[in-house]
Write a protein that binds this ligand. Sequence first.
Ligand code: AMP
Ligand code: FE
Ligand code: FE
Ligand code: ZN
Length: 283
Amino acid sequence: MPGRRIDLHTHSTASDGTTPPEELVRQAREAGLDVLALTDHDTTAGWAAAEAALPAGLELVRGAEISCISGTISLHLLAYLFDPAEPVFAAARQELRDSRTSRAERMARMLEADGTGVTWERVRQIAGGTVGRPHVAQALVEQGHVATVSDAFAPEWIGTGGRYWVDKVEIEVMDAVRMVAGAGGVSVFAHPRATVRGRTVDDQVVVDMVAAGLGGLEVDHVDHAPQERQHLLGLAAELDLLTTGSSDFHGTAKTVQLGACTTDEAAYERLVAAATGVPVVYA
Ligand code: AMP
Ligand code: FE
Ligand code: FE
Ligand code: ZN
């Protein structure tokens, strides 16, 4: 089936997206997508609602985006079609979510103590699911301190290393790659060259990740400039990795639209063939 439109990286209200999973699958079909992956941060909580609401003609890839670290550099690992009940990886996701809750509470309480009007109760209410900085950012928008969620990611607010920023638990990336494989999943390094987000790891880390079982690189992503995509394509060819393109849709929390970048059919078929955790789902 050549020519299908495949978007392998999206977020719902189960993490820091603003679209509920059941609405996301509907919007995906409306946007002309044939395959959609749901990849909420550190959680599979949106899977069931997305499956239950799956419209005809849309194929659902169940996934997650895992918070990882290499040295002092934070990075994201997309995990696809893993068994959610596999205990080692499930325990790791739980630890990541617990840490997200305690750090968001600390950030909110610091903001509260400084009289910003932001409260932990409100942030928790905004979040609903797995809490992230975008939820704290939304509370800052509500209180009129910043105009947009993006503007809150500044040094004087909750930008990395910023005044009200608190770090969170992140999994050593080689362990994360092994855990995804151990749960029958396929891992893809998310936006590996997103220099706009901060420091990125060098190619040796990717080489080491391949030895640990990495399946692919996310190449086409709004945060990658053309020369960064070219570099990643070369690296993927050298290391025999599959390459993906995805929107990283977050609803109204970011400006990018569903299907803004897409994945080739051949790469997608390779990804599906390599997974043994859970199957793709059709309506
Ligand atoms: P956290 O994982 O809680 O530390 O928050 C990071 C999340 O914030 C990312 O996954 C993005 O969804 C979002 N984010 C990071 N930088 C920005 C930005 N400049 N504007 C809007 N959202 C951002
Ligand atoms: Fe996010
Ligand atoms: Fe990410
Ligand atoms: Zn993402």
